[in-house]
Design a protein around this ligand. Sequence first.
Ligand code: NAD
Length: 437
Amino acid sequence: MSKDSQTQNAAAAEPISVIIVGMGARASIYSTVALTNPELLRVVGVVDVNAERVEQARIMFNLPEDNCFSTIEDLLARPKMADAVINCTMDRLHVSTSIPLLRHGYDMLLEKPYALNDEEGQKLINCVQETGRKVMVCHILRYTPFYRALRRVIATGVIGEVINIHMVNQVGYLHESVSFVRGKYARAEVCGSGMLLTKCSHDLDIMSWLMGNNVPTSISSVGGVFQFKEEKAPEGAGTHCLNDCQLERECPFSARRLYIEHPMRWSNNVWHDTGTAPATDAEKEKILRRPDNPFSRCVHRCNISIVDHQSVLIHYQDGAIGTFTMNGGASTPRRLIHVTGTRGEIYGTFEDECFCVRQIEPGAPGGYTERTLDMSDFQQGDAHGGGDRSIVLDFVALLRGERISPGCPTLEDSITGHRMVFLAEESRMRGGAMLPW
Ligand SMILES: NC(=O)c1ccc[n+]([C@@H]2O[C@H](COP(=O)([O-])OP(=O)(O)OC[C@H]3O[C@@H](n4cnc5c(N)ncnc54)[C@H](O)[C@@H]3O)[C@@H](O)[C@H]2O)c1
């Protein structure tokens, strides 16, 4: 298709109509595209068990009452009323909510992880194959200039054949404590996922994407809880930061220090997840002082059932190796990557928005050449480097039959990365056993 006819098609095309299912934090981000680009995306309905969030969406998108639902069943009782659904429910609901919606004829932008395990994932894959519906999984990092450029450099062959990809996800202590220790991801029985699946499925997806057609042959993983456990509570620590802790003034995890004195340090998650919107510090303190407030609990006494550090080792078909480590509670959030090839290497940090390419060159000083690729002009400043918006635009393009990005994470294309996580988790639970692909 020529560029001109593509532009004409885009101009002639109707906006894609969507129903938001699960109007929480993620859906609020994706759905803003409907406000900034109404010619591309229109929100025509909402489903959420939380009446306040339904009301927020009703006002934000000017929805008729009839199009606001408290259950998926109520939506399914109506004939298909939109092109697609944006499914941003929590992890454990992804498959059970997606299958009936796909069968009802909706295409879908589905939050990761697409399933909790291989068996559940297969049910979704079967449903998509049977219905022919289009499903994209929200691997937003594939849309960031950093990883895109890195993938292009590997594809040019300048570093030769890839021998090793080493990746590290340093989950900063602010995010770690609010989401994974005190928050809704702390217990796999509640959230559905473990830490690797919910936080690091992006990283293993990126590794799989960079490895291209090279598939894993075996995986092993070890991990556990190192610091967010009872035995690591220092002497004098209480159970609740504001009510009984002698160390509150010096503890880096003090709820008062993080959520009142420094409100930019993830306190929004606290108010979002507790459904409160305190205006003053006194109100905040009153809410945090409640004995049952999960966000004021001592981080060592939250009884988490997920890991706080984990490493994964992946063998690939051609002999290459991938290694991935997650450290929860790091001083700063960082995603590091080091790709080693037969003719050079690439290393960089996502948050620094640049990476370095070194090539073997016997004639050069030191025996190598080096250049730095700076992505800071392209990375769009938000936590996901512009990926949140770009993925929605790609979803619209996919549904309108327009040109999609080369990294478009269709369900099929997301399978390898997810299976790497499923297998790694099985290995970890079996004490690090090397499991065949
Ligand atoms: N792609 C990413 O980078 C990224 C980042 C963070 C979270 N996530 C994923 O996004 C998903 C949503 O996370 P969030 O932070 O927006 O969660 P959230 O808790 O803010 O939102 C979930 C919403 O689903 C609603 N809900 C619960 N049960 C429901 C049901 N049966 N039917 C309809 N709605 C229901 C809740 O009331 C809530 O409003 C999770 O799966 C999470 O792992 C992805």
